[in-house]
Design a protein around this ligand. Structure first.
Ligand code: PLP
Length: 406
């Protein structure tokens, strides 16, 4: 393959389209004819500021982001947003309810996997309110211990607070391979209909591993959507934020009503007021992300990727099910709750698993081992993985399954 590149099924930083990287290599040397490379150019130059504006437009257009929401860029990844979300939304709540006592303030977390659990832990650490676990999906697994499902879509299951400072969920659990469905009628869809009544819902979604792989259901009803670039849209270093403007609040003004001070670099108001240029942004990562987003648009945007990603997932899932029927593979995620981006399964026989991974590597199919916490196999199918590469893996799995029967 071009440049000796192999197929990278890793969970992130993840594969990027080869054509985009070839284009990017030119910009590393000379960004848009300025005579200066992208990693060397001032983030305040008119060329870069124009690039940043276009980057916002590419997201706004393709995801149909309404004008009620700002698109902003920052650093620190999804992890820094676990902190930023809690701090900014607690400040907002204090401004809305100046007499609230800390013990009355609720932060609602829907826990469906390791990432939403981490987000809840950070909110607990930061304090300023108490964390209400709306639901813990482990309760609905066969053993009571596994993040292997989207919980039943029932009012008695989702224990939302009446007026929380925030409601946080993770759309795609990268480690566990569990994802909310984007089909509104699926039982595994996010339960928008069960949310508390509010004109401006404080709904926050972690889209780190599913950003721009398909459309975002009910995007306009969200307060905040955040995602690191490094799975579907670019190199690590860039964090993308879509924030409804009522959630961009004066965090300093909230301090006199009992909110904790928010570091300037984590405050959405700082980012908004400075057009995401409060401090030096990750210029290179933004550049490559811009090229990726142009590439997505040229191919047909979200409708194209939804179709492609559905095909990829379906093809892999079919062979995984076949392997499970023959007893070589083991499914880990409840039917209907599976992630399109991270297909997670097991090969319970350790020797067979080692053969699977070693031979895959010999065939140029890399990074298929599951997360260190859960083991097994994980096939990450982010946007840059082509249908052809996916079918290469499916063929490989079919051959492996045949050999295992011998
Ligand atoms: N949320 C999800 C769903 C993730 O997959 C990850 C990382 O893989 C994170 C948050 C943390 O992101 P970061 O490493 O960019 O801080």
């Amino acid at each position: 393959s071009a440049h000796g590149r192999q197929v990278n099924f890793g969970p992130g930083p993840a594969a990027l389209p080869t054509s985009v990287l070839e284009e990017a290599s030119k910009g590393i040397l000379n960004f848009q004819g300025t005579g200066i490379g992208i990693s060397e150019i001032s983030h305040r130059s008119k060329e870069f500021v124009a690039y940043l504006e276009n980057l916002k437009s590419l997201i706004r257009e393709q995801l149909d982001v309404p004008e009620s929401h700002a698109i902003m860029f920052t650093q620190g990844g999804g992890s820094a947003q676990f902190s930023a979300v809690a701090m900014n939304m607690l400040s907002r709540y204090r401004l809305l309810h100046p007499n609230a006592k800390a013990e009355d303030i609720k932060m609602d977390y829907v826990v469906t996997g390791r990432w939403s659990e981490k987000a809840a832990e950070e909110a607990r650490r930061l304090g300023g309110g108490s964390v209400n676990v709306v639901v813990d999906s482990r309760k609905y697994s066969a053993t009571g211990k596994l993040f292997d499902n989207i919980p039943p879509h029932e009012k008695s299951v989702y224990n939302f607070s009446p007026d929380p400072a925030l409601i946080c969920y993770c759309e795609n659990e990268t480690v566990d391979g569990v994802e909310f469905s984007h089909e509104p009628t699926s039982p595994a869809a996010f339960p928008f209909d069960l949310l508390p009544d509010a004109k401006l819902l404080p709904l926050v979604a972690d889209y780190s591993s599913s950003f721009m792989c398909r459309t975002i259901p009910r995007l306009a009803d969200h307060a905040i959507i955040f995602a690191g670039a490094q799975k579907n849209v670019g190199p690590a270093g860039l964090t993308i934020l879509i924030v409804r403007k009522d959630c961009i609040v004066d965090v300093d003004a909230a301090v006199k009503f009992g909110a904790s001070p928010v570091p300037l670099t984590l405050s959405y108001k700082t980012l908004f007021d400075t057009n995401s240029l409060y401090n030096t942004p990750p210029v290179f990562s933004m550049y490559v992300t811009g090229l990726v987003l142009e590439h997505l648009k040229a191919l047909g945007g979200m409708p194209y990727f939804e179709e492609l990603n559905r095909k990829k997932f379906t093809a892999v899932y079919e062979v995984v099910k076949k392997g499970a029927q023959q007893g070589t593979f083991q499914l880990k995620v409840k039917e209907g709750s599976e992630s399109w981006m991270n297909v997670v399964f097991d090969i319970p026989d350790e020797a067979a698993k080692k053969r699977f991974l070693d031979d895959a590597k010999k065939n140029g199919l890399l990074n298929l081992a599951g997360h260190r916490l859960v083991g097994g196999i994980r096939v990450s199918l982010y946007n840059a993985i082509t249908l052809e590469q996916t079918l290469q893996l499916v063929d490989y799995c079919n051959k492996f399954l045949e050999d295992e029967l011998k």
